[in-house]
Design a protein around this ligand. Structure first.
Ligand SMILES: Cc1ncc(COP(=O)(O)O)c(C=O)c1O
Length: 418
């Protein structure tokens, strides 16, 4: 497909046109080293890891080596790692698996108000089945209060599930004290570490983690592969029926190319990369807040995912800004709408106290090891222009938060029943 800009000129031929990807929390580019490591497992070592012949046994060796790499990176035993199709499946297996296996013991689960849909919707579906869910509050930066967690625990609590690194606002919860509380009450702790894995330390022993979800495509690995750490001795039901793969917890022929790619991505992830990304993140945040009026950083300044920036541009619809930036080849995300049909503001932004109408003007920029300062400067230039243009057109410009909320409320009612 040939892309074209306003004047009809082929964008790929335009010297000034750049494509800048700032949506690395949605997914990342597969690292070339990862793709290279995967290649033989498509065309040469393509056996089924359950087969007894050499093709199968070679695949099995790759499977177990990959398991070791991932286990080692979180201080776990290889037998505690189950491969899945990604973060969503890992979250479902952890939460439903624990809920169904411990039904006799209790029906209460504690989570937070800022979970990814993979956890939030899993909890909501358990609610319909009769489980009771407590949603912990977060403060203005997105952190839970361990004292509230302590207070909410009852003798019916069978699981605590907490997002580690938040996908929208980047808040990294301090897991160790949460793990200690869970251990004291003998309750399993599941963390959704899909965004935080390889960006901040995860030590399942030190942090008293019982289950942890991971996904390869967030860290320059391939899509469709993830893992769940399950502490030895944890009572958990499998969710689908089939063979005895993955220690009889996740049936189905293992995705060996994906698994090998996942392990390679973990192996090559470097803390120095994260440090460099964090410097660029802070540079961009400072520039935007200083050079564009009526802007606000969402999420914390400390204990923040190294690649996450979430900024509210008051008096603007995030989607309009996204489209304007996309026109310049800059890919960002709004996070303010769950889908094009769902105009409700993000539950995460409202949980940290943003007015629903103001939350609509929020943009998430997520960086990667491939992001450069030049790309951020180019983005800043176009961001400034786009914000100015949109504000000049906006009937919302200069209104108070109350007026903005009222306008958004009326707008929502116009769309009711669509
Ligand atoms: C925090 C979090 N959990 C779970 C998921 C789902 O992961 P996957 O896309 O691998 O299913 C995502 C993906 O965006 C996420 O950000």
């Amino acid at each position: 497909m040939k892309l074209s800009n306003d004047s009809g000129e082929g964008l790929e031929n335009s010297k000034n046109f750049q494509k800048i990807y700032l949506d690395n929390s949605a997914t990342t580019m597969v690292d070339k080293e990862v793709a290279k490591a995967m290649q033989p497992y498509f065309t040469k070592i393509y056996g089924n890891a359950s087969s007894l012949h050499q093709f199968g046994q070679e695949a099995k060796r790759a499977l177990e080596q990959s398991r070791e790499i991932i286990a080692k990176s979180i201080n776990a035993d290889p037998k505690e790692i189950i491969f899945t199709s990604g973060g969503t499946e890992s979250d479902n297996l952890a939460i439903k698996g624990i809920a169904y296996a411990n039904k006799e013991k209790g029906n209460h689960i504690i989570t937070t108000k800022i979970e990814h849909h993979a956890v939030e919707h899993t909890c909501k579906s358990l609610e319909k089945e009769g489980f009771k869910i407590t949603y912990l509050d977060v403060d203005k930066e997105g952190f839970i209060n361990p004292d509230q967690l302590k207070k909410e625990i009852t003798d019916k609590t069978i699981l605590v599930t907490i997002i580690h690194g938040n996908n929208e606002i980047g808040a990294i919860q301090d897991i160790e004290p949460i793990g200690t509380i869970c251990k004291e009450h003998n309750i399993p702790l599941h963390i959704d570490a899909v965004q935080s894995f390889t960006k901040t330390e995860i030590d399942v022993k030190k942090q008293n983690i019982t289950l942890s979800s991971f996904s390869a495509h967030k860290l320059h690995g391939p899509k469709g592969i993830g893992a769940l750490y399950i502490k030895k001795g944890t009572k958990l039901n499998k969710l689908i029926e089939g063979g005895a793969h993955e220690f009889n917890l996740r049936p189905g022929t293992e995705n060996i190319p994906g698994i090998v790619g996942f392990a390679k991505a973990v192996e090559i992830a470097k803390q120095e990369d994260c440090k460099k990304i964090a410097e660029l993140r802070d540079y961009f945040i400072e520039k935007v807040l200083k050079e564009i009026p009526e802007t606000k950083l969402n999420g914390p300044t400390k204990d923040r995912l190294c690649n996450n920036i979430n900024i509210t541009f008051k008096f603007i619809e995030g989607e309009a800004l996204l489209i304007k930036l996309d026109d310049k080849g800059i890919a960002v995300s709004t996070g303010s709408a769950c889908s094009s049909k769902d105009l409700r503001p993000s539950h995460v932004l409202t949980a940290i106290g943003l007015h629903p109408a103001v939350a609509h003007g929020s943009i998430r920029f997520t960086l990667s090891k491939y992001t450069t300062k030049e790309e951020l400067d180019y983005t800043l230039t176009h961001l400034k222009k786009a914000v100015k243009e949109l504000r000049e057109l906006s009937p919302l410009w200069g209104q108070s938060e109350e007026e903005l909320t009222k306008a958004a409320y009326e707008d929502d009612h116009e769309h009711e029943g669509e």
